[in-house]
Design a protein around this ligand. Structure first.
Ligand code: G16
Ligand code: MG
Length: 219
């Protein structure tokens, strides 16, 4: 059976969390309250709508439906002004090596992201053409920790979920992979991503030998 790999975008392929932070902080400040890096951490893997709901709660603020929509659009415009400046130097260390290995060995891989800007970002960093499938926030109806995004990816790659290996930096994403019956690899802090089958600080810590072991289905 086909083994396939699925990559999250933000926090796995690129660090766009820093741009989300700047854009959300501007929104909060414009509304008259502060927004911290610690709060930004809690928005990892969380959709745009849910992120704004949380931020408004933290700021003790309520907005009309129209104003909510307007603020979300402003935030995205601001976020995209940072994305506009991105190039392939933003790809996180160790990522090109693993993608090259997969391509060389004809192992299919997909993107599974909550972001509605995923395709734009992949084009900016010159990875758009490399993925066999791209599933993002525009393709799903249920957000992580629901496994929908990864299940669609598995289907597009013609792989059974239990033959899929998912790289994720968020707790919700790891839970989504687990619920989808996939192998979950956490990228980040072991104390945060403890539910993952394996955790690495970043891709430079992952040896090709480990990938080969996964392909042989050794645990
Ligand atoms: C990313 C980020 C989240 C962001 C979400 C939606 O998810 O981690 O912080 O809120 O996408 O992004 P957008 O506003 O671009 O639609 P992922 O799944 O790539 O880590
Ligand atoms: Mg992420």
């Amino acid at each position: 059976p086909n083994t396939a790999f699925i990559f999250d975008l933000d926090g796995v392929i690129v660090d766009t969390a820093k741009f989300h932070f700047l854009a959300w902080r501007k929104l909060a400040n414009d509304l008259g309250f502060d927004f911290t890096e610690e709060q930004n951490e809690q928005l990892k893997g969380v959709s745009r709508v849910e992120s704004l709901k949380k931020i408004l709660q933290w700021g003790n603020m309520e907005l009309s439906e129209d104003e909510f929509t307007r603020q979300m659009a402003l935030k995205n415009e601001n976020y995209l002004s940072y994305v506009e400046e991105m190039d392939d130097s933003e790809i996180l260390p160790g990522v090109p090596e693993i993608l090259d290995y997969l391509i060389k060995n004809n192992i299919p891989f997909a993107l599974g992201s909550a972001s509605k800007n995923a395709r734009t970002i992949l084009k900016k960093i010159n990875l758009f053409e490399k993925f066999d499938a791209i599933i993002d926030g525009t393709d799903v109806s249920k957000a992580k920790p629901d496994p929908e995004v990864f299940l669609i990816a598995a289907d597009k790659l013609n792989a059974r979920p239990d033959n899929c290996i998912v790289f994720e930096d968020s707790v919700a994403g790891v839970q989504a992979a687990n619920k989808g019956n996939m192998t979950s690899i956490g990228i980040g802090d072991k104390t945060v991503l403890g539910e993952a089958d394996h955790v690495f600080k970043d891709f430079t810590e992952i040896e090709i030998e480990f990938i080969e072991k996964l392909l042989r289905k050794e645990k």
